[in-house]
Ligand binder design. Sequence first.
Ligand SMILES: *Cc1c(COP(=O)(O)O)cnc(C)c1O
Length: 405
Amino acid sequence: MNHSDPPKTPPQKPGEDSLHPATLAVRAGEFRTAEGEHSEALMLTSSFVFANCAEGEQRMAQNAPGNVYSRYTNPTVRAFEQRLARLEGAEDAVATASGMAAILTACMALLQAGDHLVAAREIFGSTTVLLSKFIARFGVEVSFVPLTDQAAWVAAMRKNTRLLFLETPSNPLSRVADIAFLADLADRHHAKLVVDNCFCTPIFQRPLALRAHLSLHSATKYIDGQGRVLGGAVAGAAEDIAELRAFVRSCGPAMSPFNAWVLLKGLETLRLRMQAHAAGALALAHWLEAQKIVEQVYYSGLPSHPDHALAARQQSGFSGVLAFRVRGGRAAAWKIIDATRLMSLTPNLGDAKTTIVHPATTTHGRLTAAQRTAAGIDEGLIRISVGLEAVEDLQADLQQAFARQ
Ligand SMILES: *Cc1c(COP(=O)(O)O)cnc(C)c1O
């Protein structure tokens, strides 16, 4: 290889990549301009010039090489897409303005009026709204089933089911679905399984290797990892991603080059950060289990978790998000959260800074009391997204908050 050229990064089939994820995270999707810069350039431009009219005609053709306009393609965004695709073991990926834009894009590209979609009940709040309020408005039938109830998934399937959608591990209780089982179910019905891989990232879970059809992200969370930008992406087979890209290209939920540049940097440290988040979460989960005020800890890395064995088999690590239920319901939970000093009270997660939230009145506040009970969101539940601070300091923060009960 000529040292002025970045290494070539051809798309690979899941599981067939010759390079280790640690290497892909810093090398996949590299590009270099004639200036020879070492780090990928931030190409902040809305459009690209043609040398002459003949080249303009060529480049305007659908899927022609070369850039035209940043809603279609942009080199910085493309580098992010290629790096993420390689980490997911996918043929290709498309970047979007946010995680919600990624979910919208998947639905718009894969569904049409008359189709049916089955989604897990335990999904991100805005995703529930997107599916049940907006997608349903366009003649798509939507059913919700409990994430871990395989019989319910089987029973929900209809002749016109085209899409299965889930998040695993779930927010905030870390429930884990068997991806391979649901991928087979989707295949038998000529439907596609879409996995929101936000909590594990490709570092800990590669849904395509478990035969899921698309792996999707809110890159806003762990992929950025420092709470700076919004972004999303979907990875999968080239044929599927081409359909999604056509929607982004014509309908506009494209990723900003600036955000792509931040997220490309995020991917380089994702592996190290995920390992630190998970180690911190496991240590904190064990400590919480020993606290008198804590009734139950929900973290799939704990042997006491109902899905621990499946998580250990399906994931190569556990996420940095955990939840715990305290004695005394909402009053006690609010008092503890308000008494923390170090942790940030904000619903975001996957940040270097630890965040703490009361799911029943924030992230899951839009659900009815009955829906919350069904989803296991108790009033005494507290969710923590463990950041990169020292675990001793996080424990001390909770200890002083517990002591003030
Ligand atoms: C945050 C989040 C989303 C939505 O992503 P945005 O980037 O906020 O649009 C989707 N799924 C999960 C699991 C999330 O945590």
